[in-house]
Each structure stands twice: as structure tokens, then as C-alpha cells.
Design a protein around this ligand. Structure first.
Ligand code: KG4
Length: 367
């Protein structure tokens, strides 16, 4: 069964065709990042207009590379309403015109499907089947979400922990903005940190707070504090650090290459310290989440799961817990249509009405 997946929840216009939920036949992603960069964040109106301009070409290209579709799947939440509407309307049009089913997909649940995707021609014999490797712990970690999800069976989701304020990707992006490193900041901070750690392996890092939520705050959302993170204190700690060391901003004397970015040793030191605080926070909560029950796999999805340090540390956490870690191919960590089409295969019995179906910008995992 070939499903076309369409994704427009934020700043990527994406479409893909996936066979039987796993094998990606085509995947086309148009990123709007350069359009939003001057504003230091995603501007919903610009996102919506850019999706409108590109959706036809992106879907057309995905269909050209692999035609013959049996259903259309689309992200209907969570995300930016004016952005989601573009993908949904394109999907509705296609489903009605071709007389094929329309399947609405939750964006975060789809991120957790990415480790199960492979490309046509890949040897996928080592990859477990999502339906037979449950229960699984999932971590969706991106610009919009940081969420630990218990999956007792495929298609069943219970959020067991999450960020109580910013997502990890937001924490990276806001720090990068403060340090003048551009938007989005995650990949930049990853590369600078890796270069810094390689050059100064023994240098102690700034002891930034490790994302512990305040007592009682997690309880308000009905979650255990051990499984929740909060990055607002970390961001404030960085701001205070920069205020105490104003020379960090603007000083160029002695700046040199760190992973392709020219910064001073002092800035690279702060970047590596800040990243380490995020990674340590995520690792600690993951360790606690993996202790909840005997999971058969730990799956990682979302843009921040590309972080090289996070990948190494979470691999250690999973190994210590004796649970196999499944990570997406780098090209499927960010937003894409393949994860939408892939998950839809496992939801093919839940078809939505192509005329009345609507977006749900605040859609919850497990709804
Ligand atoms: O999954 P994604 O493309 O979009 C959302 O659904 O949010 O994730 C984008 C986020 C951005 O915040 C970006 O800074 C972050 O992922 N990111 C990274 C890395 N690559 C992208 N964060 C840390 N390390 C990276 N290597």
C-alpha cells in the first residue's frame, strides 16, 4: 500500500510516498528557514504563504518520483494553524479528486515513527517491526516538543514526561540568538561544542543548571518531576552569565574556527557548557523513564535528535538500561512527509472525512 504523506505544520513544506509504512519511495522537503532567519524565529503568516507557493511543486515532485497512491495522509496538528491548513487543504483536494481515503496524523506521534523508516534499496533486515517490538519508550525532541512517550502497543501513546516550558530545540535556538550565532541555533551549537570538546577535552564546563523543574510544577500537569524538564532556568542562567561577562558578546580578538564557525574560545566554552546542560537533563530524565518498565526499545525522533553529543550520551543511557536504541536516519530527524505517510499505514483503518476534517493546532499525543 502506497501512502502519500503531506507535512506543513511549521516551516517545512514536505511530501513523501511510503510503501507499507516503512519503505520510503520518495521524500521531498522544502525548508523555509532562510525566509524566517531575518526574524530569528518562524513567522506564521510568512510560513503559510510560503507553503501555499510550494505545496503544489513539492507534492508533484514526490508523486513524480513514485506514482500510484492508495491514500493521502496529512499532519493535522499540533502546529501553526495557518500552516497546517495549507497541507490539509491540499490533502483534501487530492483525496476527493482521486476518490482515495484521507488519514489525519499527529505530528509528534509521527516523529516517533521515523526510526522505523528505511529507503527503497536499503537492507532493513536489522530493523524491528514497530508492531512486534512493543512496549517502546519514545522521546520526541525538536524545536516544538520535548516529550517522553510510553507506547505499550503500536498506535497507543501515553505521555509520561515533557518539558514544562521551552522545548530543547527552542532552548538551543534562544541561546544561539543571545550569543549572536544566528537562527536556528541547534546545529551551530552542536558543531561549535564538538570542536571545543575536541580541542579542550579536560577544560571544566560552566555548571549551568540541569533543567530540574521546581517542585510541584510538574505535578500540576499530572506528571512526575523526575520525568519532566524545564529549560527556563537554564536560559536565565545563560543570560546572567553573559551579563557578568559582557566581553562574550562582540569580542572578536582571538576568534578562530570551531566546527566551521569563527568564535572566541570563551564563546565556544559557554556554548559547549550550555549544550552539556541540555544533554545531561535529557539523559537523566530518559534514564528515569527507562526504569519505569521493561521496554523492548527506545526510539528517538525530532530535529534535536540529530545532536551529536545527545546521540552518544543517549546511546550510553540505553546501553546501561539494556534497551536497544533506535534512531532515525539524519534526513528523517527534521520535519518530513515520510513520517506522516509511514505512521498513516498503521492508522489506515481510521479514515477521516475529506470534507469536514479540520486542523487541530493544539492536538495532544494520544488523542
Ligand atoms: O524537528 P524539527 O525540524 O522541527 C520541529 O518539529 O520543531 O526541529 C528543529 C529544531 C530546531 O530548534 C533546531 O535548532 C534543532 O531542531 N536542531 C538541533 C540540531 N539540528 C537541529 N538541535 C541540536 N543539535 C542539532 N544538531
Amino acid at each position: 500500500m502506497n501512502i502519500l504523506g503531506i507535512e506543513t505544520s511549521c516551516d517545512e513544506t514536505a511530501a513523501a510516498i511510503v510503501r507499507d509504512g516503512r519503505e520510503v519511495l520518495s521524500s521531498v522537503v522544502y525548508t523555509q528557514i532562510p525566509l524566517h532567519r531575518p526574524y530569528g524565529g518562524v513567522v506564521p503568516e510568512i510560513a503559510s504563504r510560503a507553503h501555499i507557493e510550494k505545496i503544489g511543486a513539492v507534492v508533484g515532485e514526490a508523486m513524480k518520483q513514485a506514482d500510484g497512491i492508495d491514500a493521502v495522509a496529512v499532519t493535522y496538528g499540533p502546529g501553526l494553524s495557518p500552516a497546517l491548513l495549507v497541507g490539509l487543504n491540499a490533502a483534501k483536494g487530492l483525496a476527493c479528486a482521486r476518490g482515495i481515503p484521507l488519514i489525519g496524523i499527529n505530528h509528534i506521534e509521527a516523529h516517533l515513527h521515523t526510526p522505523f523508516l528505511y529507503d527503497a534499496g536499503d537492507d532493513a533486515s536489522h530493523l524491528p517491526d514497530p508492531q512486534t517490538c512493543m512496549p517502546v519508550l519514545g522521546l520526541a525532541i525538536s524545536g516544538g516538543n520535548t516529550m517522553w512517550v510510553d507506547m505499550p502497543a503500536y498506535g497507543k501513546y501515553e505521555v509520561v514526561g515533557e518539558t514544562l516550558d521551552d522545548a530543547a530545540g527552542e532552548a538551543f535556538d534562544k541561546a544561539a540568538k543571545l550569543l549572536g550565532l544566528g537562527y536556528p541555533g541547534g546545529l551551530t551549537m552542536d558543531r561549535i561544542s564538538a570542536a571545543y570538546r575536541a580541542r579542550f577535552p579536560d577544560e571544566p564546563l560552566v555548571p549551568f543548571p540541569k533543567g530540574r523543574p521546581r517542585d510541584g510544577v510538574a505535578a500540576l500537569s499530572g506528571l512526575s518531576a523526575d520525568l519532566c524538564v524545564s529549560f527556563s532556568g537554564l536560559k536565565t542562567a545563560l543570560l546572567r552569565h553573559v551579563q557578568r561577562h559582557p566581553e562574550l558578546l562582540g569580542a572578536k580578538d582571538g576568534a578562530r574556527d570551531f566546527g566551521g564557525y569563527v568564535v572566541t574560545d570563551a564563546v565556544a566554552h559557554v556554548v559547549a557548557s550550555y549544550q552539556e546542560a541540555i544533554v545531561a537533563a535529557v539523559a537523566e530524565r530518559t534514564r528515569a523513564a527507562l526504569r519505569r518498565k521493561p521496554y523492548r526499545a527506545f526510539v528517538l525522533g525530532g530535529g534535536v535528535s540529530l545532536n551529536s553529543r545527545l546521540r552518544v550520551v543517549l546511546a550510553e543511557v540505553a546501553r546501561d538500561a539494556g534497551v536497544p536504541l533506535l534512531m532515525a536516519k539524519p534526513k528523517y530527524t527534521g520535519d518530513n512527509g515520510a513520517m506522516i505517510a509511514g505512521l498513516a499505514y498503521y492508522r489506515r483503518n481510521r479514515v477521516d472525512d475529506a470534507l469536514s476534517f479540520d486542523v487541530d493546532p493544539c492536538l495532544q499525543v494520544g488523542d
